[in-house]
Design a protein around this ligand. Structure first.
Ligand code: RIB
Length: 296
């Protein structure tokens, strides 16, 4: 082989195995730093196992998600790491019928028995709200993500549970639906701060919307945290560099990527092992965007 300078043909080898050394990663928004930081854990782990990663962005569109999935299968990827764009039960069941190694990440897919890596989103919603209650806030607003997405629904439930446990009446005018993008946080804050009895604190269900909330409050002449406390969710690297630095709920992003990839490669080696569900903890990271309620 050395004399002839022979190098194995990966394409031929993959055709024989009917499998490439690539892993597919499907995400709803590749521009969101949360998925970029999860992808780093995936890429580092894959590279260490001689696999490359094919990143597919669905823009939260289930039709685009289906098209990407078909392309990955045609490219004979070894397996797929899957963050659902929306309700994806039928697609996941189809992939299982076709015996495509798969790990669902971050967003639970109902009605399927499949390897899954989740975060304890309910725990995070409770911690964010408890932090604000402990600071004396009673008019606490929540900017949620897409209601058909399990992480957002669970964070909102954590907020509602903690209000109830704290004896704070639930006011639906303090809950505004966002879409996990900066702009929806900005618009939600303008709506909330226009209320006759505006909130003194906002829990945004991800960091990008929290940045939008801070931007809107600042433009309205309010000081964060003196006039308005703001808590986010994810703890992307950006959260340390906002002004003020963002108090948030940290998800173990890199570890999510590492664990999901390890589970996928184990699934490739043993397609018929029982499904495994892992739920990782969140933690509160207190920075400069929250403070004791400012008595009027
Ligand atoms: O910021 C994007 C959000 O979508 C994150 O909170 C993550 O959990 C995903 O669901």
């Amino acid at each position: 082989m050395q004399e002839l300078g022979y190098k194995p043909n990966a394409l031929a080898r993959n055709l024989r195995r009917q499998q490439t050394s690539s892993i597919g990663m499907i995400v709803p928004d590749s521009a969101n730093p949360f998925f970029a930081e999860v992808a780093r854990g995936i890429e580092d782990t894959s590279f260490g196992q001689n696999h490359s990663v094919i990143l597919c962005n669905t823009d939260g569109d289930v039709d685009k998600q289906a098209a990407h999935t078909d392309l990955l299968i045609k490219n004979q990827v070894a397996g797929i790491l899957f963050v659902a764009a929306g309700i994806s039960t039928e697609l996941v069941n189809d992939l299982q019928r076709r015996r495509v190694p798969l790990v669902v990440v971050d967003r639970e897919v109902p009605g399927v028995a499949v390897d899954t890596v989740l975060t304890n989103h309910l725990q995070g919603g409770c911690m964010a709200t408890q932090h604000l209650v402990d600071l004396g806030h009673r008019r606490i607003a929540c900017v949620s993500g897409g209601s058909d997405l399990s992480p957002s629904a669970e964070r909102l439930t954590g907020y509602q549970q903690k209000l109830a446990q704290s004896g704070i009446p639930y006011d639906e005018t303090l809950v505004v639906k966002g879409d996990f993008q900066y702009e929806s946080g900005y618009e939600a804050a303008r709506q909330l701060l226009a209320l006759a009895d505006p909130p003194t604190a906002v829990f945004a269900c991800n960091d990008l919307m929290a940045v939008g909330v801070i931007s809107a409050a600042t433009q309205l002449g309010l000081r964060v945290p003196d006039d308005l406390s703001v808590v986010g969710f994810d703890d992307v690297r950006l959260a340390s560099f906002t002004n003020p630095p963002l108090t948030t709920i940290a998800q173990p992003k890199y570890d999510i990527g590492v664990l999901a990839t390890e589970m996928l490669l184990a699934r490739v080696r043993n397609l018929d092992a029982p499904p495994r569900v892992e739920r990782l903890d969140t933690k509160l990271v207190v920075r400069g965007s929250t403070a004791v309620r400012n008595e009027p």
